[in-house]
Design a protein around this ligand. Structure first.
Ligand code: ATP
Length: 297
């Protein structure tokens, strides 16, 4: 069976302060996984999220979710935002200031929808006791948890997060990262998060896309992308040592030390067959191809 994907292949003219910047992005990644989008300011990250949501229409291209076409400019398909099964969380939270926490969530519930989900989510984000407060009576981290809960009320297939944690201090950030991972596991949505924080990318993302001036500069697992990035994208072979190995559902997670830095790889059982703690290996990068080989003792 072929893997189910979220596929994006778009072009767009970005209207920047210094003129038109052509945007061209083609990425596809598995449904149910977590993609981090990063890159310098003005590289098109928010625009990409808005295009996926259906809030901004690319000039040309295709966006597909499993077998559904959300956008196909050639055949004039453009599914409206409300039919794309998307939840959003923005940096500024965008809560309704005049509504209570509970009312903010109720607002997102379709007419006649089961209000049980509201209580379930308020409980899950630890805000049941604060359900009757207005946003101004909450801390930044609490407001962000309300925004996250509100984005999940309709159980979206895709959760889009535009730098949702950047305004929070380190410990609140970690709490919210944990909550995101918990929800991701519970609801199984596909998640796309814009972030500038490398530890957040390593902690959350299965894949990372780096945008530069509207173009896709790198795409891959965080370990692959950042190891290559450090070495200026040249072909290279590096040595590593396995620190730990954990079995995941259909993969093996390897924590390894490469050039004095910790990297995390999710590998197939076959790829990880001989990678046990203490074992040394080489990781070689050729264009579009990465191979990990244990060094025989
Ligand atoms: N709908 C649009 N059509 C064309 N250009 C746009 C549109 N929206 C934003 N732009 C322009 O595209 C450029 C990229 O903006 P965008 O907000 O996507 O960047 P970003 O990578 O998210 O930046 P930041 O990290 O600062 O938020 C900006 O110069 C912006 O003015």
């Amino acid at each position: 069976m072929s893997e189910e994907l979220l596929e994006i292949d778009i072009t767009h003219s970005l209207h920047t302060a210094s003129g038109i910047l052509p945007m061209e992005v083609a990425i596809s990644f598995p449904i149910g996984s977590i993609l981090a989008v990063t890159g310098p300011s003005g590289s098109g990250k928010t625009t990409l999220l808005r295009q996926i949501a259906g809030l901004t229409k690319p000039d040309t291209g295709y966006i597909g979710f499993k077998e559904s076409e959300w956008l196909n400019t050639e055949s004039r398909v453009n599914i409206p935002v409300q039919n794309r099964s998307i939840g959003f969380v923005f940096q500024d939270y965008a809560l309704f200031p005049h509504l209570t926490v509970e009312e903010n969530l109720l607002f997102a519930l379709p007419k006649g929808g089961d209000t049980g989900i509201i209580h379930e989510l308020l409980f899950a984000v630890g805000l049941k006791e604060l359900a009757n407060r207005k946003p101004f009576q909450l801390s930044g981290g609490q407001q962000q948890r309300v925004a996250l809960a509100r984005a999940l009320v309709r159980k979206p297939d895709v959760l889009l997060l535009d730098e949702p944690l950047s305004a929070l201090d380190a410990s609140m950030r970690e709490n919210l990262q944990e909550l995101l991972l918990k929800f991701h596991q519970k609801f199984g949505f596909t998640m796309i998060i814009v972030t500038h924080d490398l530890s957040e990318i390593f902690r959350l993302a299965d894949h990372v896309a780096i945008l530069k001036e509207g173009k896709l500069d790198s795409f891959g697992t965080p370990a692959d992308v950042y190891i290559k990035e450090q070495h200026n994208n040249k072909d290279l072979v590096l040595h590593g040592e396995v620190l730990s190995r954990t079995s995941l559902h259909e993969a093996v997670r390897i924590h390894a030390l490469i050039n004095y830095k910790m990297h995390i790889f999710d590998l197939s059982e076959q790829e990880a067959e001989h990678l046990h703690p203490g074992r040394h290996f080489t990781v070689s990068y050729l264009p579009d191809h990465r191979t990990i080989r244990p060094i025989s003792n």
